[in-house]
Design a protein around this ligand. Sequence first.
Ligand SMILES: [Zn+2]
Length: 121
Amino acid sequence: MRRGVGRVEVLFLVDGEGRILWSDASGSPVALPDSRARWEAIWQHREALAEIVHSHPVGPLAFSSEDEATMEALSSALGRAPLFSVVAPGGMVRRVAGVDVRVEEEPWWAALLRQASGMGL
Ligand SMILES: [Zn+2]
């Protein structure tokens, strides 16, 4: 079996209370292509939106260059930078004020995101 089969990247929009506002998934373990529906959801939830998290089900535990471009575009469109996070099999990293911080105490939805991404299959 090829590495990553059955795994997909999943994205959650989360509010300040830890509620999941919206989610979507790609058909791939290594990409989450831009989607109009996601942009519309982000815009629709822009007041409540606190964090945008997505999974890297086959790693790495880091933001990709595509992620960097997306974060820049989103922050510019929103006029502020929400928290951005990546959840990978080995942990979670969150960008706080431009610095990537390893999250030791993961929010409850990190486990759900791993499950939805097929990690552990
Ligand atoms: Zn990514």
